[in-house]
Design a protein around this ligand. Structure first.
Ligand code: ATP
Length: 237
């Protein structure tokens, strides 16, 4: 199977503090890979590192091409869309304006309207709320908007940072159903960071567990679910 993303021997952190140690992770094309780990394990830092937001050494390849030395903007242009924790929508802008801003790195074209319709097809509630300020949306709707905005980039790879955070279980279920459909219909590869291991393992094809910035376990989601250590540490068994 081809990998859309290959991270090999990466060290990265903040200033003089190294957080990721010799990190090696693959994301298979068209699949969902989950990154699990406790608070502070380095999951968010891994996504920031991929997006070029922090200094890193080592090899990061997108569809075989090195992106390790590229700026965040260049990495976005290559097709990596990052949905950060906290969602990061523009609160004073309307839903529609937020979606248009998502397409900003692309040349203007009729496709943008078509893509907006595609986003509305996945998230009908955003269509109903298209003229509303993003800051007035519910938490679940803001998460949908953040994902919708990322989709406007027509990403090859979607980086999802804790999409379930702070949302009611039913809303989380609804959002993951949409992710499943997106993955199936658009073939979008996803790297998903989740505290909620159960949700993540039910959705992902493959998973890694990281502890203090190191990969301690990697395997198919089915195998990881069966791992006693994971079950005790993250699934509450
Ligand atoms: P959480 O679920 O709590 O966000 P995480 O696995 O995503 O956990 P990170 O946010 O990647 O963890 O944090 C990893 C380590 O990096 C922690 O020790 C954290 O204190 C440190 N860290 C995170 N952000 C910064 C920052 N901006 N400056 C300095 N250190 C940071």
């Amino acid at each position: 199977m081809k990998n859309i993303l290959e991270i090999h021997g990466v060290n990265a952190g903040y200033g003089s503090t190294n957080v990721l140690h010799n990190l090696t992770i693959d994301v298979a094309e068209g699949q969902v890979t989950a990154l699990l780990g406790a608070n502070g394990a380095g999951k968010t830092t891994t996504l920031r590192m991929i997006s070029g937001m922090i200094e890193r050494t080592g090899d990061v390849r997108l569809a075989g091409e090195s992106i390790a030395a590229l700026s965040t903007e260049a990495i976005v242009r290559k097709g990596v869309a990052h949905v950060p924790d906290g969602r990061g929508t523009f609160k004073r802008q309307t839903v529609e304006e937020n979606l248009r801003l998502g397409a900003i790195t692309r040349r203007p074209s009729a496709d943008v309207r078509q893509d907006q319709e595609m986003v509305f097809d996945y998230f009908p509630i955003l269509k109903a709320r298209r003229m509303q300020q993003a800051g007035l949306l519910s938490g679940g709707e803001q998460q949908m908007l953040a994902v919708g905005r990322a989709l406007m980039l027509r990403p090859k790879l979607l980086l999802l940072d804790e999409p379930s955070f702070g949302l009611a279980p039913l809303i989380v279920q609804e959002i993951f159903e949409i992710f499943r459909r997106l993955n199936r219909e658009q073939g979008t590869s996803m790297l998903l960071v989740e505290q909620n291991a159960e949700i993540a393992l039910n959705f992902a094809n493959y998973a890694y567990v990281i502890e203090t910035g190191r990969v301690v376990l990697g395997g198919t989601a089915t195998d990881i679910k069966k791992d006693d250590q994971v079950a005790r540490a993250y699934l509450g068994y």
